[in-house]
Design a protein around this ligand. Sequence first.
Ligand SMILES: C[S@@+](CC[C@H](N)C(=O)[O-])C[C@H]1O[C@@H](n2cnc3c(N)ncnc32)[C@H](O)[C@@H]1O
Length: 225
Amino acid sequence: MTKVKPRIIEGGAIDDSSGMTMEQYSEIMKKQLGKEYIRFADNVIKKINPLEDSTVLEIGPGPGWAGINLLKKRKDLKLVGLEASPDMIRVASENAGREGFSDVKYIQGFGENMHQINDGQFDLVISRDSLHHWTEPDKVFKEIRRVLMSNGKLYIHDSRRDMSLFGRLIVAIASKFIPNNMGFYWKSSIAASYTPDEIKTMLSEISFNDWQVESDLLDLVIYRT
Ligand SMILES: C[S@@+](CC[C@H](N)C(=O)[O-])C[C@H]1O[C@@H](n2cnc3c(N)ncnc32)[C@H](O)[C@@H]1O
């Protein structure tokens, strides 16, 4: 077995100072990851049951496409986004409005301290590819537990750093064909991501024994159903 490399931290918000405007980032993500956003929404719907009429909090929505794709499939849901970057909030609000979901509320803030949100407000927390940016994931997990109802559900998706040789080969080849330097950003996200075992250890240290971790070739999911 190959040794897993230490994380290369990629912390904090993504904003207009990252080398492109978040409008440009949003368009690139929509074009390149369109199918991935649909897959994320399908996976949430498959895993989370019952989902009817849920109030959903999305952490780190970025341009908003993951949550917007979920709303397209499930118009009974009510969505709030908590996002560190004001530039992303500007773009996510525009995107949600343009797609017919102007009632989505985006709040500026950090998952580590959701002081804007009262206890027990949400039925479900979702997040896609934001976990590897969180500076203190254990704090975010505790805040998620606080803002969820007692039987609240959870679906957090991210890359995994401990990919097999086959997984790394797929990333190495696929990333060469992704335009706009996004292949490079994908590889940096993977280098910043956690392993399923690291997440399991983190969860057991804070005694969150009812949160599960699942992984496949490229990704991991933390969930509670
Ligand atoms: C790689 S982007 C993913 C965006 C989106 N979820 C997607 O799948 O397209 C990560 C997002 O998380 C946000 N973020 C980073 N750290 C955060 C934190 N501690 N709390 C909330 N949002 C955060 C970033 O500003 C960025 O918008």
